[in-house]
Ligand binder design. Structure first.
Ligand code: BG6
Length: 512
């Protein structure tokens, strides 16, 4: 991975009064500042339509740190210093003339902090505006600079392959691919970045990491929240576009990729792209055999009654948008042929949990060891959230018995150790972008292949070729999802914190 000291630079943040900036971006910038990971000479210019002054903007950032910061604004002096780097400009994003004000403020800030024109344009705004803003930046000469320029864009990147391609063409007519940083915040998560190290720095995993030894892979990202205030957006996206097209497929690529030839950005991304190329695409009529979609109904979460999806604000009373997807994927290459990758993601499930479980095949002739019926397969679990860590489940003899086998966990919890407070994904990603390292951002070919995989599934959903199962809020999704694994002779293993435990052993693993 490239390691370069960070150049003095400006971050021009579009969507400065929005939710993402408040919840994630200001806290991330401030944490980087506190950790000494921003360049000494930097400036942050907030851009939005609201007619705010610099003071109002600084107050807004301060409030955001108080509410969401990893480091609270506990050190007055540090905050005072940091806040001097913050300015605000009100811009009508659709109106190119309005950008002149931004040019004036930016030039002034660059002169004040002696920044040689290095500019990050961060678009935390509605994707419909990505193209317009890019053109307006160009037309108002904001891209003519002696330094470098980078564009950071948030998801969703299009609604399907066609719209993503159109959007990409627009952006590419202004920025080069190397200048574009497409965010998938899952790639900034500590344990997702750790997958490469776990796989490629441990000699006992790599030889087993294939269809000879792995029975299946299970990737879960469950949430307890519903759609909250995002009904309008979610109605158009559903879980498939909101989570599967990006985060879930990115986790699949990290687990399935071949070792890169070099530890360099493009070499790593090339390997991820190869996985997406090998991902089996389902013809529309066959989607029902591989994909289960669900929608939450009323139910109970953490002891409280919650509404069904169709009762949420901004949601149509007869909506058929899915809030849950589980699927069986196949990567048709030499390493993975025949190994199902089960993925599931949903809202209003019992726990917030992101976890990858690798189930290994059982050894031949294990009947002898299974005479008491409790031999279980080896599992490797990579816990991404809320607990960060790994555990490995193996079988040993229960002490003092005549060969009774007992599964035990080898458990490593990273964020259980006092003092370990992993940086937020956005902290890492912002830092990488300032450094010019795009390894953990998605390249256009990744995005386009992910859409090509997802499009026939959305078509099947839209054409009513798959049933929409309802599930009670607070449950693990439709029964059909359990049956999908059951038909293959497998089951979903419990993820961290899961309470529906079938055996004493599971209870032990979840508690531990
Ligand atoms: C976002 C989705 O990309 O990821 C949200 O738009 C979802 O709907 C979120 O809640 C989940 O992210 P995390 O980091 O909380 O697992």
């Amino acid at each position: 991975m490239q390691q370069s000291p960070i150049d003095p630079s400006s971050i021009i943040l579009f969507g400065a009064t929005g939710d993402l900036a408040k919840r994630k971006l200001y806290p991330a910038l401030y944490s980087l500042y506190r950790r000494g990971m921003l360049p000494e000479k930097f400036s942050v210019i907030g851009v939005a339509r609201k007619d705010w002054t610099n003071e109002m903007f600084r107050e807004h950032v301060w409030q955001s740190l108080k509410q969401f910061g990893r480091y609270k604004e506990d050190q007055e002096e540090t905050w005072e210093q940091f806040s001097k780097h913050l300015d605000y400009v009100s811009v009508d994003l659709q109106n190119s003339e309005s950008y002149a004000k931004l040019r004036v403020s930016l030039t002034e800030a660059e002169a004040r902090f002696m920044i040689p024109g290095n500019r990050v344009f961060y678009l935390a705004i509605s994707p419909e505006l990505f193209g317009t803003v890019s053109f307006n930046l160009k037309d108002s000469n904001l891209l003519e600079t002696d330094g470098w320029k980078r564009l950071v864009i948030e998801k969703p990147f299009g609604q399907d392959y066609r719209s993503a391609n159109e959007l990409n063409d627009k952006i590419r007519s202004v920025f080069r691919e190397e200048e574009i940083y497409r965010i998938d915040h899952y790639l900034g998560k500590e344990m997702i970045q750790n997958i490469e190290v776990i796989r490629f720095a441990n000699s006992f995993f790599e030889p087993l990491w294939n269809n000879n030894y792995i029975a299946n892979v299970q990737i879960t990202s469950s949430e307890t929240v519903g759609v909250e205030e995002r009904g309008g957006y979610y109605e158009k996206s559903g879980a498939l576009r909101d989570m599967v097209q990006n985060h879930m497929l990115q986790m699949v690529t990290m687990i399935a990729m071949e070792p890169p030839s070099r530890l360099e950005t493009e070499a790593i991304r090339d390997e991820k792209v190869k996985v997406l190329r090998s991902l089996r695409r389902f013809p529309v009529d066959e989607v029902k055999d591989y994909v289960i979609r669900g929608q939450y109904d009323r139910g109970i979460i953490a002891g409280k009654e919650v509404s069904g999806y169709r009762e949420e604000p901004g949601v149509a009373p007869l909506s058929s948008t899915e809030t849950f997807v589980s699927a069986k994927l196949y990567i048709d290459n030499f390493r993975w042929a025949g190994v199902p990758f089960y993925i599931r993601t949903g809202k209003r499930m019992p726990n917030k949990s992101t976890e990858i479980i690798i189930q290994f095949k059982t050894l031949p002739k294990n009947l002898y060891f299974n005479k008491h019926g409790n031999l279980e397969p080896n599992l490797l679990s990579i816990r991404i959230h809320p607990q960060e860590g790994i555990y490995f489940k193996m079988n040993v003899k229960k002490p003092g018995t005549d060969g009774v086998v007992s599964p035990i966990p080898l458990d490593f919890c990273q964020n259980c150790e006092a003092g370990i407070n992993s940086p937020e994904a956005y902290e890492r990603l912002l830092h990488d972008c300032l450094e010019g390292d795009s390894t953990y951002f998605t390249r256009w070919d990744e995005v386009s292949l992910a859409w090509k995989f997802v499009d026939p599934i959305s078509a099947a959903f839209q054409q009513g070729k798959t049933e929409i199962h309802s599930y009670a809020a607070g449950t693990w999704g439709p029964q059909a999802s359990t049956e999908m694994l059951g038909q293959d002779g497998f089951r979903w293993w419990p993820v961290y914190g899961q309470e529906e435990l079938n055996t004493e052993h599971e209870a032990y693993f979840v508690r531990s």
